[in-house]
Ligand binder design. Structure first.
Ligand code: GDP
Ligand code: MG
Length: 661
């Protein structure tokens, strides 16, 4: 790695890469299954009309594997639409919008959470090239997707918005590609915008990434301007994969999804040899043997082929029944020709943990099956059974970030019609135990605590440790002062700061993960009128004086609200959380006392007054419709509530309680 590049720009590169997020989801919902069925019908007609694709037409030297990376909203998915249209993979209808974003959450939120592959056939100087494009998500929670996509590629298109310029995730994604030694083609998008300033962006790219501005391609993905040049440069600048068709078959599993009808669908990149239908293959991880039932390429729908060849990217279905069998990062090889496994990936590392419970215990088994199905397609979610006095049986889940958690929750609700309570998220703390009894109990001196309710007593530990991150903030310099005080209030320590052009600064801060995980980005965005961007990566653990705050509703401790805070924050956090609980719990028929306690000491209290009268009592006999309406509204409201003791608590209270104003 070219370390001098970082030095020459004074960029402090956090070398400890957190194993970034990855969410692997698809095809489990009813909608997707329907799509699949339709797709398969399509294939059957297609297959009878024309034979399956002959992929032997594409020798390694005419293959280019590349990925599109960028900050969120800079136009990756829109560029992918144009590339698909121009190569005939989809019809040019004038209204293709982010066609690779297939999930309902992706379409609603306008974000990509799942990397997608498409094989394009491109005519260049009288030859047909096979271009394998991987569209990736931009948000930090999903950068695990990016790092996996990159491992199947030799080059990337680094998209930068001509108006916004380089943003925090542009920097993060650049380094993922740079460290993997890929060819990087900078593409400046949205040049059609009135305020586009491609020259300024080119200067930024030169300054921050050391890429000469002549290498930038200026395009409008929306209008299609210069998009053909992008394809030409992909062919010219990105090298073909170095894989020989005469070598033994060796494929990297870089993604996998689960289909209820066909089992695991593994996305593979062939690093050598060839594989055909009927071949006996082995997964290096488990050593199990399978027969290839179906294989093909994605354009972006599945197109079956007889054989895939070295350098190509496609999918393989081989009777694997569980996603575990197609481990991401695993190597597949022919039973008769064993090979050494490829290096693979580090497993995804959860950054936040939260309890998940059904709103109604009677829905436990339905939710259990929904969680199981969804995690089949998202192996980056870690699942442990858990139970609590107040909420009954549930799970403790680990996510790659808060957006990941919200997306998971939304998918459970939308695709499985499940209603869940997610408790206050926590980061994984550590404690070095001093009590010999506890060390013996745990079988280790240092324990990781993912449930605040299980936080050990101060007297039983030598020290507590909290996870840290290196944050990158990019913002116009008008906001520098405000941002610095926000960072300080979050216990951030500045490590570096420099200008990337006349008006924009990049700031590097070390933060406790706990301080930024819930609402930091929202605050940063609102104080900078949306101009600041933020990204972070793992920076290990540091000693911290931590303390546990318990919360009581009418004297009864509610374990799910238990929170760990820095000692200095105990009073202010306890008070603020009581106030927020007071705001989010509706008035009930009796008075409710909300208390925060450290050990046996009450440190804050708020009261919710009782209703004076039942609202229904106001409806006199005649006004039946109004009465019905009220009753219906109350019943609907109840669904969003969870009864703790005799108190109805809204299900989002557990998260809202952590959000600072
Ligand atoms: P992604 O998050 O990087 O995948 O970005 P999208 O492709 O979803 O695009 C984000 C937004 O920018 C969408 O509203 C697009 O319509 C818009 N957009 C993308 N490319 C262009 C462009 O070249 N010009 C203009 N004016 N808007 C664009
Ligand atoms: Mg996108």
């Amino acid at each position: 790695m070219n370390v001098s590049l970082f030095r020459c720009h004074g960029l402090f590169l956090p070398f400890i890469k957190h194993c970034p997020p990855y969410i692997n989801i698809s095809h489990t919902n009813r909608r997707c299954v329907i799509t699949h069925r339709r797709m398969r019908r399509d294939f059957s007609t297609k297959a009878s009309q024309q034979d399956s694709l002959d992929m032997s037409k594409f020798p390694v030297e005419r293959i280019r594997n590349f990925s599109i990376i960028a900050h969120i909203d800079h136009g990756k998915s829109t560029l992918a639409d144009r590339l698909l249209e121009m190569t005939g993979a989809i019809a040019t209808t004038g209204n293709n919008k982010q066609v690779l974003d297939k999930l309902q959450v992706e379409r609603e939120r306008g974000i990509t959470v799942k990397a997608q592959t498409a094989s394009l056939f491109y005519q260049h100087e009288g030859q047909t090239y096979l271009l394998n494009l991987i569209d990736t998500p931009g948000h930090v929670d999903f950068s695990y997707e990016v790092s996996r996509s990159i491992s199947a590629c030799q080059g990337v298109l680094l998209i930068v918005d001509a108006n916004q310029g380089i943003q925090a995730q542009t920097v993060a994604n650049f380094y993922l590609a740079f460290e993997a030694q890929l060819t990087i083609i900078p593409v400046i998008n949205k040049i059609d915008l009135k305020n586009a300033d491609p020259e300024r962006v080119e200067k930024q790219i030169e300054k921050v990434f050391d890429i000469p501005k002549e290498e930038c391609i200026r395009i409008s993905a929306k209008l299609g301007t210069n998009v053909d040049q992008v394809l030409q440069e992909v062919v010219k600048r990105i090298p073909p994969p170095s894989a020989g068709v005469d070598e033994p078959f060796k494929a990297l599993v870089f993604d996998s999804t689960f289909d209820h009808y066909r089992g695991v669908v593994a996305s593979v990149a062939l690093f050598g040899g060839r594989v055909s239908r009927g071949d006996k293959i082995v997964s290096a991880y488990l050593g199990k043997t399978y027969e290839v039932n179906e294989l093909g390429v994605l354009r972006p729908d599945e197109h079956p082929t007889e054989t895939l060849y070295a350098g190509q990217v496609g999918y393989v279905i081989a009777g694997m029944k569980e996603v575990k069998e197609a481990q991401i990062g695993d190597t597949l090889y022919l039973q008769k020709q064993p090979v050494e496994a490829l290096p693979g990936f580090k497993p995804a590392k959860p950054m936040v943990f939260a309890g998940m419970y059904p709103v109604d215990q009677s829905e436990y088994s339905a939710l259990h099956s929904a969680v199981e199905k969804l995690t089949l397609n998202d192996s980056s979610v870690s699942v442990q059974r858990d139970s609590s006095l107040a909420l009954g049986a549930g799970w403790r889940l680990g996510f790659l970030g808060l957006l990941h958690m919200e997306v998971f929750n939304q998918r459970l609700e939308q695709e499985y019609n499940a209603s869940v309570i997610i408790t206050a998220p926590t980061v994984p703390y550590k404690a070095v135990l001093s009590s010999a009894k506890l060390i013996k109990e745990h079988g280790t001196e240092t324990i990781t605590i993912i449930n605040p309710a299980q936080f050990p007593e101060r007297s039983q530990v030598t020290e507590f440790l909290e996870p840290m991150v290196m944050g990158t903030i990019i913002a116009p310099d008008d906001f520098t002062g405000k941002i610095m005080s926000l960072c300080q209030s979050r216990r951030g320590v500045q490590k570096n700061m420099f200008y990337i052009d006349d008006h924009r600064v990049i700031m590097k801060y070390i933060f406790p993960l706990n301080e930024i995980v819930v609402d930091f980005y929202d605050q940063l965005k609102s104080m900078s009128s949306g101009y600041a961007s933020f990204d972070y990566e793992d920076a290990g653990y540091e000693t911290a004086e931590l303390i546990k705050i318990d919360f009581l509703l009418n004297g009864r401790p509610v374990e799910e609200l238990t929170t760990i805070v820095h000692k200095e924050r105990a009073y202010s956090s306890g008070k603020a959380m009581c106030e927020r609980l007071q705001e989010s719990i509706p008035r009930q028929m009796f008075e409710i006392a909300i208390q925060a306690a450290v050990g046996s000491k009450i440190i804050a209290r708020e009261t919710i007054k009782a209703y004076r009268k039942n609202v229904l009592a106001k409806c006199y006999g005649g006004d039946i419709t109004r009465k019905m309406k009220l009753l219906k509204k109350q019943a609907e409201g109840k669904k969003k509530m969870r009864r703790i003791g005799n108190i109805d608590v809204p299900k989002d209270a557990f998260i809202n309680v952590l959000k600072r104003k």
